[in-house]
Write a protein that binds this ligand. Structure first.
Ligand SMILES: [Zn+2]
Length: 678
């Protein structure tokens, strides 16, 4: 039997990466699924009356081996994959979804859960136990476990059609994106483009056997052209093509799909006993109701609108002075913003990078975690790694007790996907009275050092490292009983608080003095550079905020009330955008028909959460600013009430306990320079 199906017998029980052979995964998965099934069977065949312990707790601790193998395997599939691993992933994924479907449809299991749930007021449960019970019950009821057989069939039909429509929606957007290309042969047509973007456009043309340049609607091609290309007519052509995706009345038109998707979501919500799709989604979010989300967006809108209008007017005047543009159009925004930004800040990465040597930034993050949360990071070599680039640390508290094992994997390589993320190899939980500590990892793609030059980070990479490290602290400091409530297992619109809040330290003098020293001269980064970074980070924040709010409001307009009467998508959209528009409307364009976030991805009734998370992190950090960025008392409250609590309680309750009051948007608006600082 594979080492994966046994106790690891490794230091701190860490994953024995070097001892696992790739061909062991599939059989190990199958064995673990069988064991997990047997554990579920043991719960349902228990002769004793259903109780919290023998049903809810038992269910939460079931499948531990399967979870650990899944964590190891799927983390590797992201960070160090190869064709063999990818092939196994394709074989394993259906087995895992079959297993999880079998649990959701397991009537005997649901009956036991329901019996505990219906009796919950008599059980004298702790808050954490109540939360876990609710979570388990809703995991079934929100999937239709309480419906009659006919209704269940109806629900499955709706779900089936929805998943086909979402797929179709995405295929149409992709087909429309791929169908367009702008072939330019005259050098003057690519004037203004940076060398990198020009070279990419030339290579695209070359790959298609053409001379000159090809510009497409894919972001890496589209964004630089809209930002830098001097030719206004071509920007207009490209922008209109971009905005007309799946809105041209041809085979790839998404209008009917949008209407059908929103209608089915409404039906699904009603079948499950909710007023709208947004009511269904938001039940498991910090925001709770569509009304709260709409109030939130409208309050932000009211406060950000004057700044947005002011910025727009300045930009309009700038474009007028520069190029005699009397009416800014959508295809002018990015272009003139960039020009104005260059004029105001002249900030470039090369100026900053010498102050951010990777090792110094890591030490800085550790140092900050020590000052705030009394954590000590010690690099160790006793723990197995999946690649030699991975760094491993033992994290301890003031008493030398183990808090977490921490992996950090910073450099790109073949087999690692793009981006940056935090992940968990083993969650924290308390079992048989023992607090079993977590194994946490962050994975990034920073520039690798060479023989002559260390890894020097851009400022953006510095904030990325802090962001992921913030998620990691949420995982490391977890202190709950049940694994499914531990660490980052929180509501979706709360999970970015610990990560985003930590980014704030990157702009603070006291924090930067700890680590932002020139790698050659050891000089601390000049504060005027930091001021410039701050100012450029909030450049055009008013217009950006209006844009984000407009998407959030459009999302809610589709999902926050019954959409059955909507016939004309464009008219509906114009109405939804009424309060947020700065640019003249473009008749040929429609946002909804290519709004993949909400019609294909998982963001329906959730787009607001980008701004929601910013409000939370700014409000939380303001508390630190009031008392001092290294104030122990505030840090202690944040650790006790937020970082250690995972999903034990409603996030609003946790937040208020930390902050002493509900979050307000004022700190964000102040930080973004949208309202006056006091
Ligand atoms: Zn994040």
């Amino acid at each position: 039997m594979s080492i994966l199906n046994n106790k690891f017998n490794t230091p701190y029980n860490t994953a024995p990466f070097s001892k696992i052979k790739t061909e062991e995964y599939l059989p190990a998965f199958k064995t673990a699924i069988d064991k997990a099934r047997a554990e579920i069977d043991a719960i349902t065949s228990n002769k004793e009356e259903p109780s919290f312990q023998n049903t809810i707790a038992a269910l939460d601790f079931s499948g531990e081996e399967l979870d650990r193998i899944s964590s190891i395997f799927f983390n590797l599939n992201s960070a160090e994959t190869n064709e063999e691993i990818q092939k196994i992933a394709q074989e394993v994924s259906p087995l895992l979804s079959e297993f999880s479907n079998d649990i959701t449809l397991n009537k005997a299991l649901f009956e036991r859960i329901k019996s505990v749930y219906d009796n919950k007021t008599n059980l004298n449960l702790s808050i954490e136990e109540q939360t876990l019970l609710d979570k388990k019950y809703k995991g079934f009821s929100r999937n239709g476990a309480n419906l009659s057989e006919d209704e269940k069939i109806n629900l499955r039909e709706i779900d089936k059609e929805l998943s086909q429509l979402k797929l179709k929606f995405g295929e149409n957007v992709l087909a429309e994106t791929n169908a367009f290309e702008m072939h330019l042969t005259d050098e003057v047509d690519v004037a203004g483009l940076p060398d990198g973007a020009k070279e990419a456009a030339r290579q695209l043309a070359e790959a298609k056997g053409k001379d000159g340049y090809i510009i497409t609607l894919h972001y890496p091609s589209y964004i630089p052209f809209m930002t830098y290309a001097d030719n206004r007519e071509l920007r207009k052509k490209l922008a209109i093509a971009f905005g007309a995706k799946a809105f041209k009345g041809d085979d790839y038109d998404n209008r009917e799909n949008v209407l059908r998707i929103t209608k089915l979501r409404q039906q699904r919500a009603e079948l499950l006993g909710y007023k709208t799709h947004a009511h269904f989604v938001l039940e498991e979010r910090m925001a709770k109701t569509p009304e709260k989300v709409e109030d939130f967006l409208n309050e932000l809108l009211e406060k950000a609108k004057p700044a947005g209008k002011r910025e727009f007017k300045t930009l309009q005047n700038f474009a007028n002075d520069l190029h005699d543009i009397h009416q800014l159009e959508k295809w002018d925004g990015a272009y003139y913003s960039e020009k104005l930004k260059q004029k105001l800040f002249q900030l470039d990465d090369e100026q900053l990078k010498p102050y951010f040597k990777l090792e110094n930034v890591i030490d800085g993050a550790f140092n900050i975690a020590q000052r705030l949360y009394d954590l000590k990071f010690e690099e160790i070599d006793s723990v197995d790694k999946y690649h030699e680039d991975v760094l491993t640390y033992k994290v301890t508290d003031l008493n030398g007790e183990l808090v977490s094992i921490f992996y950090a994997d910073f450099f790109p390589r073949e087999g690692k996907r793009n981006g940056a993320w935090m992940t968990v190899y083993k969650p924290q939980y308390v079992k048989h009275g023992k607090n079993d500590r977590p194994h946490i990892s962050i994975v990034c793609n920073f520039t690798k050092p060479t023989k002559t030059k260390p890894s020097l980070l851009t400022f953006n990479e510095v904030t990325t490292l802090f962001h992921e490290f913030g998620h990691a602290l949420h995982g490391m400091l977890a202190n709950t009983t049940y694994p499914s409530l531990s660490g980052t297992s929180v509501f979706w619109d709360f999970v970015e608080l610990p990560s985003q809040v930590l980014e704030n330290w990157c702009y603070q003098k006291e924090a930067l003095e700890l680590f932002a020293t020139h790698y050659q001269t050891r000089e601390v980064i000049p504060m005027q550079l930091i001021e410039k970074i701050k100012a450029s980070a909030t450049f055009h924040e008013g217009m950006q905020t209006l844009r984000q709010i407009s998407f959030g409001l459009l999302d809610m307009s589709w999902h926050g009330s019954d959409p059955s009467n909507i016939k004309d998508i464009k008219a509906h959209e114009l109405e939804a955008f009424k309060g947020t528009n700065l640019y003249p409307d473009v008749a040929e364009n429609c946002m909804s028909t290519s709004f993949s976030h909400i019609f294909q991805g998982g963001y329906s009734a959730g787009y607001y959460s980008y701004k929601w998370a910013e409000v939370l992190d700014a409000d939380a950090f303001e508390y630190f600013l009031e008392k001092g960025v290294f104030n122990k008392e505030v840090a202690k409250r944040f650790k006790e009430h937020v970082l250690s609590q995972g999903g034990v309680e409603d996030p609003m309750v946790l937040y208020k306990r930390f902050r002493g009051k509900a979050p307000r948007p004022d700190a964000l608006l102040k930080r973004a320079g949208l309202i006056e600082k006091q």
